[in-house]
Ligand binder design. Structure first.
Ligand code: AMP
Length: 217
C-alpha cells in the first residue's frame, strides 16, 4: 500500500504527534515544513537568516520559498515509498503546486484533524518543547513552567516562541484565513477525509489508519 499524505488542521490539533506515529507505522518520512524552517533558524543557515524574523511573528513565509523547499525535499530518495506532509500546503497556490509534484502511481490522502478554536488555545498554552531532544509535549494546566523537565530525557521544557499567547492568536487567524481555500480545494477531490480531533490521540491514530486503508484499497 503506497500513498502520500497531507495532514491538515489548526496549530495544536495534534498533527505532529499523529505524523510521527504514521511515519513509524508506514516507514515513510514525516516532512514538517515548520520543523525544517525552525531547524534552519537554529543552524543559522542562509534560509534560517532569511525566515527567522518572519517565523517569530507567526506570519507565513512566501509561497515561492516554501514550495521550492518542499520540491527539493521531495527529490530525496527516502520519499520513494511515500511521505507525510505536515504544515504544507497552507495556501491554494501551494496546493496547486503540490499537485504537480506528486507521482501518478500513489494516491494522495488529505486528512483534516478538526478541533474547535477554544480547545486549540487551551492546548497551545500548555505545550512545551524540550530544549534537548526537541520533542513537543503537554504540561498540566497547573504546572510551573520553570520546574517542568522532559519525561523522555530530563531536558528543560520551554514554551515555543510561536506558542506565546499573542502569536497563537495571530497564527490561528492566519490559519483560518489561509486554510479555507485549501480545504475547499481538497474537499472536492478524492482522498479527502475529516477526522474528529477531540478524540483521545490513540483514537485519532486508529481513525487515520482506517481512513488511509479505505482510501488506498
Ligand atoms: P508550523 O510549525 O507548521 O506551525 O510552522 C511554523 C511557521 O513556519 C509558520 O508560522 C510559518 O511562518 C512557517 N511555515 C511553515 N509551513 C509553511 C507553509 N506551508 N507556508 C508558509 N509558511 C510556512
Amino acid at each position: 500500500m503506497r500513498f502520500n499524505l497531507v495532514l491538515m488542521g489548526p496549530p495544536g490539533c495534534g498533527k505532529g504527534t499523529q505524523a510521527i506515529r504514521l511515519a513509524r507505522r508506514f516507514s515513510i518520512p514525516h516532512i514538517s515544513t515548520g520543523d525544517i524552517l525552525r531547524q534552519a533558524v537554529r543552524d543559522g543557515s542562509p534560509l534560517g537568516r532569511e525566515v527567522g524574523a518572519l517565523l517569530a511573528t507567526g506570519a507565513l513565509v512566501s509561497d515561492t520559498l516554501i514550495t521550492s523547499l518542499v520540491q527539493d525535499r521531495l527529490t530525496k530518495p527516502d520519499v520513494s515509498h511515500g511521505f507525510i506532509l505536515d504544515g504544507f500546503p497552507r495556501t491554494l497556490a501551494q496546493a496547486q503546486r503540490l499537485g504537480g509534484m506528486l507521482p501518478d502511481d500513489a494516491p494522495l490522502v488529505v486528512a483534516l484533524i478538526a478541533v474547535p478554536e477554544e480547545e486549540i488555545v487551551r492546548r497551545l498554552s500548555s505545550r512545551r518543547l524540550c530544549e534537548s531532544c526537541r520533542i513537543t509535549q503537554s504540561v498540566s494546566d497547573a504546572s510551573d513552567p520553570d520546574s517542568e523537565s522532559c519525561p523522555y530525557c530530563g531536558g528543560r521544557l520551554v514554551r515555543r516562541e510561536d506558542d506565546e499567547a499573542s502569536t497563537v492568536r495571530r497564527r490561528l487567524a492566519t490559519y483560518a484565513a489561509e486554510a479555507e481555500p485549501v480545504l475547499s480545494y481538497y474537499r472536492q477531490r478524492q482522498g479527502f477525509v475529516g477526522i474528529d480531533g477531540l478524540q483521545p490521540p490513540e483514537r485519532v491514530t486508529t481513525a487515520l489508519f482506517a481512513e488511509i486503508a479505505r482510501q488506498t484499497t
